[in-house]
Design a binder for this molecule. Structure first.
Ligand SMILES: [Zn+2]
Length: 384
C-alpha cells in the first residue's frame, strides 16, 4: 500500500489522516453523564492494535486559539467557558445565559480544553484539505453547539468551524451529511441560508432537540429526513441510494463533511434506531469518491463498545483495509478493559462486542415513514 501512495501525487491522493489527541483518554463529563465513557481513545488503541494507524497517518490535534473560535461563537460565551473551566463552577447568571453547568453541559475538568481540541482538529482539517484528501477526526461532530450557548453535550460547534475552515482554504461548495440519531440544530442554525452549503440530516422522529422538520428548506438546500424508531440497514440503504447520493451528486461539492455519530445503532442508549455498523460504513464508503476533499467526524455514541467498534471500522473503510471476522487477542483486551458503569442489563457487553468489529446486518421491510419522507424530498430535488 505504501508503494502505491508514493507513486501518486501527494496533492491529489495523500493517504488519509487521523486527527486525535490524548486529552480524550480518561476525560469524563461526570459519573452519571452519557459521556462518561471512553470513545476516541478506544478507536486510537484499536486501530493501532490492528496495524491500521502508522505514525505517518496520525496527527495530534492542536487546541484552537480563542480568536479562531469567534468566527462562530461569541467572545462573551468563549470567555464564560474558559472561566468556568478555571473556576470549576458557574454562577446562576452564566448558567442561564450560556447553558453551562447544567446536567447536559456540566462543569468538568477539561470543559474548555477538550472541546477546543476537537475544534482545533476541525480547523486544521480545513487547512490540510486545501489541496484535497481524506481526514478522519472522530472527536469532532459536536453538532449542537450554538454561537452563545452550550447545547446537547456540545460546548463548541466543530462541524461549523470545519466548514468555515474548508471555505477559507478554497472549497466553495460544501456538502454536510449527518447520520447521527439527533438533528444537527447548530449546523442548520449556521448555514440554513447559505446556498453553497448542502445540509442533509437523518435523525429520529420526535427526539431531542425536535428541530429538523421534513419541511425545512433553508435556501432550498436543507434536506431533513426524520426517521422512525426501528430504522434498520435496509431503510438506510434506501435513504443513501435514493436521497443522499443523488443530492450530493447534483450539488457537485468541492468538499464533503460527514458527521458519523454512532448513536443510531441498536445498542446505543440514546436512541431507538436499530442500525448495524454496516450501515454507517456503507455511507462512509459511498461518499468517499464524491468530492476531492472528505472530512469524516464522529458525533454521538454512548455505548463504549459499539462506538469504539463502529469508529474503528470507519478508519478501515477510509483506508481500504479489510475488517477481519475476528479481532486478534490485542483487540479483545482493549474492548474487554472498557468500563460502563450504571448501565441497564440489556446493555451488558455481549461476546461479539469484544471479539469482532462488524455487527450482523439488520434487515427488514422498508418503513412507511422512510418511503414517504424520501419521496417527499426527492420531489423537491426534481423541482429544484
Ligand atoms: Zn446524537
Amino acid at each position: 500500500m505504501t508503494k502505491v501512495t508514493h507513486v501518486q501525487t501527494p496533492a491529489t491522493s495523500p493517504s488519509p489522516k487521523f486527527i486525535g489527541a490524548e486529552i480524550y483518554r480518561g476525560s469524563t463529563y461526570g459519573a452519571w453523564h452519557p459521556l462518561r465513557v471512553p470513545r476516541v481513545s478506544t478507536v486510537m488503541d484499536l486501530t493501532r492494535a490492528l496495524g491500521w494507524l502508522p505514525a505517518a497517518q496520525f496527527i495530534t490535534s492542536p487546541r484552537a486559539k480563542l480568536a479562531a473560535l469567534t468566527s462562530f461563537h461569541t467572545p462573551q460565551y468563549l470567555q464564560a467557558l474558559q472561566t468556568a473551566e478555571a473556576a470549576q463552577t458557574v454562577t446562576d447568571d452564566i448558567r442561564n445565559r450560556h447553558g453551562l453547568g447544567t446536567p447536559s453541559n456540566p462543569v468538568f475538568t477539561e470543559m474548555f480544553r477538550r472541546p477546543a481540541t476537537a475544534a482545533g482538529g476541525s480547523l486544521l482539517a480545513g487547512e490540510l484539505l486545501r489541496h484535497g484528501g481524506v481526514i478522519y477526526s472522530p472527536a469532532g461532530g459536536t453538532h449542537h453547539g450554538l454561537p452563545d450557548r452550550a447545547n446537547g453535550f456540545c460546548y463548541l460547534n466543530d462541524p461549523v468551524l470545519a466548514i468555515q475552515s474548508l471555505r477559507r482554504n478554497g472549497a466553495q461548495r460544501i456538502a454536510y451529511i449527518d447520520i447521527d440519531a439527533h438533528h444537527p440544530d447548530g449546523v442548520e442554525h449556521a448555514f440554513a441560508d447559505d446556498p453553497d452549503t448542502l445540509l442533509i440530516s437523518t435523525h429520529e422522529i420526535n427526539r431531542w432537540p425536535r428541530t429538523g422538520a421534513l419541511t425545512d428548506q433553508g435556501a432550498g438546500q436543507v434536506f431533513n429526513l426524520p426517521v422512525p424508531a426501528g430504522l434498520h440497514d435496509d431503510d438506510m440503504a434506501l435513504i443513501l441510494h435514493e436521497l443522499i447520493l443523488p443530492l450530493v451528486q447534483g450539488f457537485r461539492p468541492d468538499a464533503i463533511v460527514l458527521q458519523c455519530g454512532a448513536d443510531a445503532v441498536t445498542e446505543d442508549p440514546q436512541s431507538r434506531l436499530c442500525l448495524s455498523n454496516n450501515a454507517h460504513w456503507a455511507v462512509v464508503a459511498a461518499l468517499q469518491s464524491m468530492a476531492p476533499r472528505y472530512l469524516v467526524l464522529g458525533g454521538g455514541g454512548y455505548n463504549p463498545w459499539s462506538v469504539g467498534r463502529l469508529w474503528s471500522g470507519v478508519w478501515a473503510v477510509l483506508n481500504n483495509k479489510e475488517i477481519p471476522d475476528h479481532l486478534p487477542p490485542k483487540g479483545h483486551a482493549i474492548l474487554r478493559a472498557l468500563r460502563w458503569d450504571g448501565i441497564a442489563r440489556r446493555h451488558l457487553p455481549q461476546d461479539h462486542w469484544i471479539t469482532t468489529l462488524r455487527d450482523r446486518p439488520r434487515n427488514g421491510a422498508i418503513h412507511d415513514d422512510v418511503r414517504t419522507g424520501v419521496a417527499y424530498l426527492k420531489n423537491r430535488i426534481v423541482r429544484a
